[in-house]
Design a protein around this ligand. Structure first.
Ligand SMILES: Nc1ncnc2c1ncn2[C@@H]1O[C@H](COP(=O)(O)OP(=O)(O)OP(=O)(O)O)[C@@H](O)[C@H]1O
Ligand SMILES: [Mg+2]
Length: 159
């Protein structure tokens, strides 16, 4: 399933819809090149989950925990680029949150973070090539239990 995200704000909105669907223990992997919008999408997810703390590129930290809001589900935002493929490190980070109790979003997660759970949603963000616009295409790839779940943007896509 593919969703067209014409503007920055569309990507935030898409992330928000996804965030509203997320439950404790969920894993979302984001892939796509530098500047594809992985962090922008994560900002929307944080908003949809209602967690606190500003989402930014986790440049100096490998993972950041955003405390739960009213929904009771914290967000763990991971930058796997900096983990260099070694997710074992994630267990060693001593996050003060159990990953099973949080929604976990991993930037650069494809090929790295699948081992955290076979049940995950992969979101591939791509720029629409060579058109001079800001449009991104989000390709959603559900794996495991995610194949049975509602996906964000589905209804919108059919309107
Ligand atoms: N349709 C769009 N969706 C998302 N971002 C967009 C869009 N159009 C323009 N942008 C801009 O592209 C940039 C995306 O940056 P972002 O930090 O989210 O990328 P990233 O994939 O996290 O990159 P990195 O790999 O460096 O972490 C932002 O400056 C954003 O404003
Ligand atoms: Mg980023």
């Amino acid at each position: 399933m593919k969703v067209e995200l014409t503007t920055h704000q569309d990507t935030v909105r898409f992330g928000r819809t996804l965030g509203e669907l997320l439950r404790a223990g969920d894993l979302v992997l984001l892939s796509g090149p530098l500047g594809a919008g992985k962090t922008v999408l994560t900002k929307g997810v944080a908003d949809g989950l209602g967690v606190s703390g500003r989402v930014s590129s986790p440049t100096f930290v490998i993972a950041r925990v955003h405390p739960a809001g009213e929904r009771g589900v914290p967000l763990v935002h991971v930058d796997a680029y900096r983990l260099g493929g070694d997710l074992a490190q994630l267990d060693d980070l001593d996050l003060d949150t159990d990953l099973a109790d949080a929604a976990v979003v991993v930037e650069w997660g494809e090929g790295v973070a699948e081992r955290l759970s076979e049940d995950h949603l992969l979101v591939r963000l791509e720029r629409e090539s060579g058109d001079g616009t800001d449009t991104r295409i989000a390709a959603l790839e559900p794996h495991g239990a995610w194949t049975e779940r509602a996906l964000p943007g589905y209804q919108e896509d059919r309107r």
